[in-house]
Design a binder for this molecule. Structure first.
Ligand code: NAD
Ligand code: MG
Length: 394
């Protein structure tokens, strides 16, 4: 049976890699809907190539522009706009699978819509799970959705575990997420004040969107991944550990109850975890280059030093603090990273702002009682972080 796929965030790094994998298997997948926030030209080009039934953009003006171009060319894609359109497409009765590849908390609502509609939900958009936490997982369970991790570390863990999720708790002693250490691993932390957005985005092993690239440089990416793993695999925080592995060949490991360690290896290419998500439980050609063992450098490991990477400490503290703390941390970080990319604050201000906001906005009772309560908390944290950005502007 052909799988109809909705790709949220189709013009991004993960969205485009998803289309590359799908292009190898035209008999198995149909591109049903593609969405994007900016860069309408790129979405138009994708519609020309893929002829999806639907496309969605942010604003009515963008939608009008797209319709005009597509109609003139005879492309019959129906163009929608706005957040509700993303939710409608993610839950569309004809959609089998949703690739959640939007960046940030903006992807939460369509993820919840897909989960409630019982879709096969391929989750790259880690922030959605960090923000939604227990309510995200509840929507998955109540909707009968199949949640498949796309983040390479979580895909690695998933691949090391049996298909029957009921066996996971008895298997796992702990998991080890590997981290490359980012572009500043070998740099004196005191020299990071003046790094530019381009330097922070120059990741040694992966080519990714700018927000996740900055997160990799601050290690907030791994911090978010610790929180993501806590929910995906239902593990207490102390059973999610991080180790530096600069070569990014081992994508993560499961340490079983009996001490046996299972690891997943491969070249650092998102097409592999995307292909696992699209094909599961089968395996399909992904188009990724193969690992050449004889050409490999030594695989090395180092402790993930919380002094050098204080974001990790924030994640564990947030997991132990009142529910909703991870929502606050994510919101502060999204605001701070956007401000850094716009050159409004320094690189080192990102952590300072994140730490200050989680300290200032400790969730109170009721703040995490529903998804709406969490979204209100998210909005308060963003406002507080924006004020902190204004105060620290150079
Ligand atoms: P990206 O910036 O390259 O692409 C983001 C996509 O989302 C674009 O299509 C953009 O138009 C859309 N988008 C952005 N803001 C939006 C909004 N407010 N509403 C609707 N759509 C919006 O990002 P990316 O690197 O592809 O990452 C996407 C997600 O996948 C992130 O959560 C990231 O952490 C995760 N992820 C990415 C990689 C990677 O290799 N790039 C690896 C693991 C996980
Ligand atoms: Mg990752």
């Amino acid at each position: 049976m052909i799988q109809r796929v909705c790709i949220l965030g189709a013009t991004g790094s993960v969205g485009l890699s998803t289309l590359e994998v799908i292009a190898l298997h035209p008999e198995r997948f149909e591109v049903f809907a593609l969405t994007a926030q900016q860069r309408v030209d790129e979405l138009i080009a994708l519609c020309r190539r893929w002829r999806p039934r639907f496309a969605a953009v942010a604003t009515a003006a963008q939608a009008r522009e797209m319709r005009a171009v597509l109609q003139a060319e005879g492309v019959r894609t129906e163009v929608l706009h706005g957040t509700q359109a993303l939710c409608d497409l993610a839950a569309h009765p004809e959609v089998h699978s949703v690739m959640a590849a939007i960046v940030g908390a903006a992807g939460l609502a369509p993820c919840i819509a897909a989960a409630r509609a019982g879709k096969r939900l391929m989750l790259a958009n880690k922030e959605a799970l960090v923000v939604g936490g227990r309510w995200f997982m509840q929507a998955v369970h109540q909707g009968g959705a199949t949640l498949l991790p796309i983040d390479s570390e979580h895909s690695a863990i998933f691949q090391c575990l049996p298909d029957d999720r009921r066996q996971w708790p008895e298997r796992i002693d702990h998991i080890v997420l590997t981290a490359s250490g980012g572009p500043f691993r070998a740099r004196d932390p005191r020299s990071l004040d003046d790094v530019t957005p381009d330097e922070a985005c120059a990741h040694p092993n992966w080519v990714m969107g700018r927000k996740i690239s900055v997160d990799s440089a601050t290690m907030m990416n791994k911090a978010l991944e610790v929180i993501e793993a806590r929910w995906l695999f239902d593990l207490a925080p102390e059973r999610v550990r991080v180790v530096l592995h600069p070569q990014s060949i081992i994508h993560s490991m499961v340490v079983c109850r009996d001490g046996s360690v299972l690891a997943q290896l491969g070249t650092p290419d998102m097409k592999v975890p995307i292909s696992v998500g699209l094909a599961h439980p089968a395996r399909l050609e992904s188009g990724a280059s193969r690992l050449d063992f004889l050409a490999l450098q030594a695989l090395t490991f180092e402790a993930a030093d919380h002094g050098r990477y204080p974001a990790l400490g924030l994640a564990y503290a947030a997991l132990h603090a009142a529910e909703g703390s991870t929502t606050v941390l994510n919101a502060a970080n999204e605001v701070a990273v956007a401000a850094f990319l716009e050159r409004r604050i320094r690189f080192t201000d990102i952590h300072r702002i994140n730490a200050a906001i989680v300290e200032a906005l400790e969730p109170r009772s009721g703040d995490a009682d529903s998804l709406d309560a969490l979204l209100a908390l998210d909005a308060r944290a963003r406002a507080a972080a924006l004020a902190a950005v204004e105060r620290s502007r150079r």
